[in-house]
Design a protein around this ligand. Structure first.
Ligand code: SAH
Ligand code: TRP
Length: 745
């Protein structure tokens, strides 16, 4: 993990500064209180002392200096992962005098190692930060202890009422989340990666005691509708009525003091559940980590990210309340000079802030220097907190720092602020390209060849699209149901893995199955735009109108065009999911498929993903029934192509004089749809300048519908430079959904 190299003199000073503080914190605590378990959540303070030394010995003397452990018999006692906090009262840890001696001896060895190392690596800073972080934990223990155990001497903090509250609007845009490799940071802050943050509003200051008291007084703790199920169960089981340290009579305890609740201080010692319920009561929500970090550190004008809200300089008393010695928060908004570029206040110091986000690894996460620091907590129910509190030492307070704890915890010096979505302007734009301009040509070419045929895109005028929608509900036509089953089940993971912001759908039709994808994208908060492309203008229009109702803020950019010709009309975009559903790819001949996939591949960027729905080879009777329904809807649909030619070219086909035929051609692995002349026919096609005769029984091929295997799909994709990532099928194995990407990415 690269970091700016420190000088060994700096490290010496950092280490002794950390130690001075640790010793100062416990100086006034009696031996008895040092040894006692004040709360089952916390270790005895004297355990923290030995642990600080054991951690230092492990990483500096042993791992860096290759020395043997100073006190090997203590390794287990001080291993945080080995001994849960609740049991630390019983383990044979060192008492004050021995612990202090152990700390001193360890430190002496560390400094010897420091004199010998060629380069001061980041592990030295980690050890310093570890001690700083334990200082905050020790303060949590001291605050949990009974009144009187600890009577700190408080440095003065700014008073006053703080700044006006209200919210700050943060426009949508990309943001680099996490720490670049410039400074010391933990593994969980890396790697830095771009995220798109939709527009939102965030509270200018943390929620205050005064604001929170209204929630309490208006019955927030009695309204289960405001709480998550888990949160409500927790509240009931523990009879939670107000923040920890609030007394029933409107006072607030802080260490040795109990004073009337100051309405201007940030509310603290609330669980994530309480913060979340408050936000809902206010018609808001907690900010995500990305929102929080952007509001704290992004300088939009400069296009740069700051290490701290005010800049890159470390905090001082004019910028933020950190470094412990105030022993409590300042009024919300008390540090106007510490504002972020967006003007958001109090994002460093005073109180940690709960976010909506679960603790997890960033994409490309690598554990350093050991899995137990963060990785073992990923994927649990831990929630992320940001910002640092008054009890945080400045080295830890950086905009990218991620703290985490369980949603029920209240011992942390934590409060929160709220965010709300900014409703985005819905926009619909539909570009129309003429898809009938080659009708005459196509008809002439198709009907004058040896086997008469018509291109299937001409099924789909308004009536054709309606008939197709009826086909999708027929009992015999299983593909739509099977594909819907797959999409409903898999959309969340497909969307999560692709982090798609945009859905481009080819041959979108009524986009009914597509809703699962849009729903999942909206749920992930990534949904920006939907780009339906279809030959049927009526379909594109009605689908756009429906979707903007369902997804306020959705941008729809429809393209009325031919996917065989107009792919280049698809607007540029990032993180796109291309979808080609319904088995429509099977309506192309093999050589057309190869060309189509290759063109699609050229359109895709490495982050884009492609979903292709393919009907699978199966029993002939099942296949043929799907294209020969008992109600005759498919037949009517098939004949519709003749009506389209009549309308478009002034022809005089008599649709009812043609019979629907569909059969499985096993050698080609496709269903073939034909129209068979019932009796000899004379047809005149004005617009194509064509006179045709049909013998009785003569056929026009109107469509093929190829049936695939997974291997066939994989090799066709590979032939176009696409890599098959996944191939999902429905329970009955009728239909397949391929997920693909650039073969080289
Ligand atoms: N995707 C939908 C509809 C499938 S039917 C579903 O899975 O249910 C095929 C769709 O592709 C129809 O909406 C039709 O209008 C459209 N279509 C057919 N040929 C096309 C072409 N050449 N270019 C663009 N759209 C086409
Ligand atoms: N893409 C659909 C499919 O291949 C189109 C379709 C369904 C179709 N039923 C039809 C085309 C009947 C012509 C006739 O399954």
């Amino acid at each position: 993990m690269p970091a700016a190299a420190l000088l060994s003199a700096d490290v010496r000073e950092l280490l002794s500064d950390a130690r001075r503080r640790t010793l100062a914190l416990v100086e006034s605590v009696s031996d008895e209180d040092l040894n006692r378990v004040h709360d089952p959540l916390m270790s005895p303070l004297v355990w923290d002392l030995g642990h600080i030394a054991a951690f230092e010995d492990l990483w500096l003397a042993q791992r860096t200096g290759a020395l043997a452990p100073l006190r090997p018999e203590l390794a287990d006692v001080y291993d945080a992962a080995e001994t849960p906090r609740a049991e630390r009262g019983e383990v044979p840890y060192l008492r004050r005098a021995e612990a202090l001696e152990y700390m001193e001896e360890t430190r002496a060895r560390s400094l010897e190692v420091l004199d010998q190392v060629a380069r001061v690596g980041p592990v030295w800073e980690m050890v310093v930060q570890h001690e700083h972080q334990h200082n905050e934990t020790m303060l949590q223990t001291l605050q949990l202890a009974e009144r009187g155990v600890y009577s700190p001497e408080r440095h003065p903090l700014p008073g006053g009422e703080g700044a006006a509250g209200g919210t700050v609007r943060i426009d949508a845009g990309p943001f680099p989340l996490g720490e670049p490799n410039a400074e010391f940071a933990y593994d969980n802050e890396r790697p830095q990666h771009m995220v798109h943050v939709p527009a939102f509003e965030i509270d200018r200051t943390p929620v205050t005691n005064g604001a929170y008291r209204e929630f309490v007084e208006e019955g927030g703790y009695r309204r289960s509708d405001l709480w998550t199920d888990e949160g409500w169960a927790w509240r009931e089981e523990n009879a939670i009525e107000r923040p920890l340290y609030w007394t029933g009579d409107g006072r607030l305890r802080s260490f040795d003091r109990e004073e009337p609740l100051d309405p201007d201080l940030p509310v603290m010692h609330v669980s994530w559940y309480e913060a979340d319920a408050y936000a809902r009561w206010r018609g808001a929500r907690l900010p995500t980590e990305a929102e929080w970090e952007k509001a704290a550190s992004w300088d939009d004008a400069a296009g740069e990210k700051r290490r701290l809200p005010w800049g890159d300089e470390p905090p001082d008393e004019s910028l933020a309340n950190v470094d412990q010695l105030g022993f409590g928060p300042a009024p919300a908004g008390a540090y106007p000079d510490g504002a972020s570029p967006y003007g958001v206040l109090g994002m460093t110091g005073d109180c940690w802030e709960w976010t909506a986000s679960d603790f997890g690894g960033y994409p490309g996460f690598r554990a350093w220097p050991y899995r137990e620091y963060s990785e073992v907590f990923f994927g649990g129910s831990y929630k992320v907190l940001r910002g640092g509190s008054w009890a945080t030492r400045p080295s830890v307070a950086r905009a990218t720092f991620r703290n985490w704890d369980l949603p029920q915890r209240r011992q942390l010096f934590a409060g929160f602020r709220c965010a709300v979505d900014v409703p985005r302007e819905t926009s619909v734009r539909i570009e129309v390209f003429d898809v009938r301009d080659t009708l005459a040509e196509d008809v002439r070419a198709g009907l004058t060849g040896e086997l008469k045929q018509l291109p299937p895109k001409y099924f789909y005028d308004e009536r054709g699209s309606e008939l197709f929608d009826r086909i999708t509900t027929l009992p015999e036509y299983y593909p739509t149901r099977a594909e819907r089953e797959i999409l409903n089940r898999r959309a969340p993971e497909i969307v999560r893995d692709s982090r798609a912001a945009e859905l481009v759908e080819l041959g979108s039709g009524s986009a009914s199955k597509t809703r699962a994808l849009l729903y999942a994208m909206a749920g992930e908060g990534t949904l920006r735009r939907y780009v339906p492309l279809d030959v049927s203008q009526a379909t594109v229009e009605s689908c756009a109108a429906e979707l903007i109702e369902l997804y306020p803020g959705l941008e729809v950019h429809g393209v009325v065009g031919d996917f065989g010709r107009d792919l280049a009309r698809v607007p540029d975009g990032r993180r796109r999911l291309f979808a080609f559903l319904g088995g429509t790819i099977g309506n192309l001949f093999p050589d057309e498929r190869a060309g189509f996939l290759a063109r699609l591949r050229r359109l895709m960027l490495p982050d884009d993903r492609l979903l292709i729905g393919t009907d699978l080879v199966k029993d002939r009777t099942v296949l043929e029934a799907a294209y020969n329904d008992s109600q005759g809807v498919t037949a009517e649909f098939n004949r519709n192509v003749l009506r389209v030619v009549n309308d478009g070219l002034g022809a005089n086909f008599e649709p009812q004089a043609f019979e629907h035929v569909a059969f499985f051609d096993e050698a080609n692995s496709w269903i073939e749809m034909r129209l068979r002349a019932n009796g000899a026919q004379e047809v005149r096609i004005e617009g194509a300048d064509l006179e045709l005769t049909f013998q009785d029984g003569e056929e026009i091929r109107t469509e093929i519908s190829a049936k695939f295997t997974r291997d066939a799909v994989q090799s066709e994709l590979a032939g176009a430079g696409l890599h098959l990532d996944d191939f999902f099928t429905d329970e009955n194995g009728l239909f397949g959904l391929a997920v693909a990407r650039h073969a080289r990415s």
